[in-house]
Design a protein. Structure first.
Length: 557
């Protein structure tokens, strides 16, 4: 079995090396020593496409190599933090040039996955697929109860081919890191693993089924939006059955006009839905291109294809909001801080160069009207800047940038005068209000209390250790009079800060205790008919203000 796998890999290796040479990239395999290892193809394949750009040659190569590499290229096109913009722009042009597989193969896969003959589930199953792609194809069908559905069937042997290709790519990435400095600096093995995991996710239709169910629940809160229903009993890892929705593709502008549909209203609903998913739910459609959106006769929208989704944690939403605010306020430091909070900054980074690049980006938007700024373009420029300085950014944020660009392009096509910022403003205000809610602040305080208590418990231990060192005579301080005065001032500041922290923490713990008691007992906490919690907050604010005033007045904070 293992020998069979190795033989399959060897054959694929040779095919890949040959394709590299045909697309003018043979020097890559030579630098990695692959042409020497696979000597059968050495100097036998003529280099072609030498006049094309590097990005174009890479795109042509991926299209020739087949489904695995096409899908990886499409996923990589959403990651401008991983590669230059010239290559990313070419990867966005990747298309699935695949022929549909036979009706007999589709039926065989469906029956094998569902465990019953196809006629026990469907009263009709169309022979010609509605669409075919590298991962699978879609057939229209009818359930026994008359429900019109679509059945997504995975391409035969695609999992085996993809796993073989991913193993080869991992080997090549490791070999490249051992021979090339650029591969080591960009941690090519980690990039291959990350892209591979994203591809494996698309292979499991059960994940897409769960995503669809989640979006279905999410869209119940929105008007004029619908999502197809998933029939979980007739869905597996390789088969996905959903209700069939008929409508006009969002890209068919001419038909929308013929049907008398309001293009601006459609654009508003579309943008509102995507922004709501991103900024409120934190779970959004990763590929909201017009082909995945249908317009119904009444102007409502239907979302399709949830194989690619993005997630925004509360921290990511906060960082994203910080980027927008800093961009709006022309704050280089704010943008730098947001980037630092979002990504992994490598050791030895040239901070001056990074600051200068961010400053240049800020100047680009200086005094530019907010309505004229493309939010998606601004995010993607930041990601390109991150790539330049080898800052690794979460994949979800790069997917966010791609989805924003797609959304803005669609909105511009439908209603050029519609402002994305006008639609996004209410969501931004809601996020700000959510962050300032007392209950949210109290919850964060409660979460931080254990850390504060741990630090307080460690103070006596630290003092004991310092006393032990001093008693043994191991602490030596040599200082002249001016130096001694500076040290005393610094110690005074430390003492004031410690006093401030302890007093604030103690009072906060008391108030949190009162709040918890009030919540758990479901009773109003009062004393002499005065609300203790509210009064407590007022007392804390006054005491903190007094403490800050006295410390600041002393000039030793």
């Amino acid at each position: 079995m293992r020998a069979s796998i190795r033989l399959k890999q060897l054959r694929r290796y040779r095919s890949l090396v040959s394709s590299f040479a045909r697309n003018g990239l043979g020097y890559v395999t030579q630098e990695m020593g692959l042409s020497d290892r696979l000597f059968v193809f050495r100097n036998k394949t003529k280099e072609e496409h030498s006049s094309a750009s590097l990005g174009e040659r890479i795109r042509l190569l991926l299209e020739e190599l087949g489904p695995t590499f096409v899908k990886l290229g499409q996923i990589a096109s959403t990651r401008p933090d991983l590669m230059p913009d010239s290559i990313v722009s070419e990867l966005k042009l990747l298309q699935d040039h695949v022929h549909p597989f036979s009706y007999e193969e589709a039926i065989h896969i469906v029956e094998h996955e569902l465990g019953v003959p196809v006629e026990h589930v469907f009263s009709a199953f169309e022979k010609e697929p509605l669409a075919a792609a590298s991962i699978g194809q879609v057939h229209q069908a009818t359930l026994l109860d008359g429900t019109a559905v679509v059945v997504k069937v995975q391409r035969p042997h695609i999992q085996s081919l993809i796993e073989t290709d991913l193993m080869i790519m991992k080997d090549w990435a490791a070999l490249a890191e051992s021979r090339m400095e650029w591969a080591r600096s960009y941690r090519l093995v980690n990039i291959v693993q990350e892209l591979g995991e994203a591809l494996r996710t698309e292979l499991d239709f059960r994940i897409e089924a769960r995503n669809t169910k989640r979006f279905q629940e999410q869209c119940k809160k929105l008007k004029h939006i619908q999502v197809p229903n998933v029939f979980l009993q007739w869905s597996t890892e390789r088969v996905l059955t959903m209700t069939y929705i008929e409508g006009i593709k969002l890209s068919d502008i001419r038909r929308l006009e013929v049907e008398g549909l309001d293009r601006r209203q459609i654009a508003e609903r579309y943008a509102h839905t995507i922004l709501y998913q991103m900024l409120i739910e934190g779970f959004f459609h990763g590929d909201p291109h017009p082909g995945n959106i249908l317009v119904m006769a009444d102007g409502s929208l239907a979302l399709l294809d949830f194989g690619m989704t993005g997630r925004m944690t509360p921290q990511m939403k906060k960082n994203f909001a910080s980027i927008v605010i800093s961009l709006r306020n022309h704050s280089t430091k704010g943008m730098l801080k947001a980037i630092s909070n979002m990504g992994i900054i490598p050791n030895g980074i040239n901070e001056d160069a990074l600051y200068a690049d961010i400053d240049e980006l800020r100047d680009k938007y200086y005094r530019v009207d907010l309505q004229d700024i493309s939010l998606g373009s601004a995010v993607n420029e930041l990601l390109a800047l991150a790539y330049k300085h080898q800052i690794r950014i979460p994949a979800e944020l790069t997917l966010l940038g791609k989805a924003l660009l797609t959304m803005e392009g669609v909105v511009t096509e439908l209603a050029p005068d519609l402002s994305i910022f006008d639609i996004a403003e209410p969501f931004g205000k809601k996020l700000l209000v959510e962050r300032l809610k007392p209950r949210r602040l109290i919850n964060h305080l409660i979460e931080d209390v254990p850390d504060y208590l741990t630090q307080i418990r460690e103070v006596p231990l630290s003092i004991n250790r310092l006393s032990a060192v001093m008693n043994k005579g191991q602490l030596q301080i040599e200082a002249s009079s001016p130096q001694m005065e500076a040290i005393l001032r610094k110690l005074d500041r430390i003492g004031n800060r410690l006093s401030f922290s302890i007093v604030l923490l103690s009072l906060s713990i008391v108030v949190v205790g009162l709040v918890l008691r009030s919540v758990l007992s479901d009773a109003q906490t009062s004393f002499w008919q005065l609300p203790i919690i509210e009064v407590g907050f007022l007392v804390i604010m006054l005491m903190v203000a007094w403490l800050i005033y006295t410390i600041v007045r002393s000039g030793r904070f």
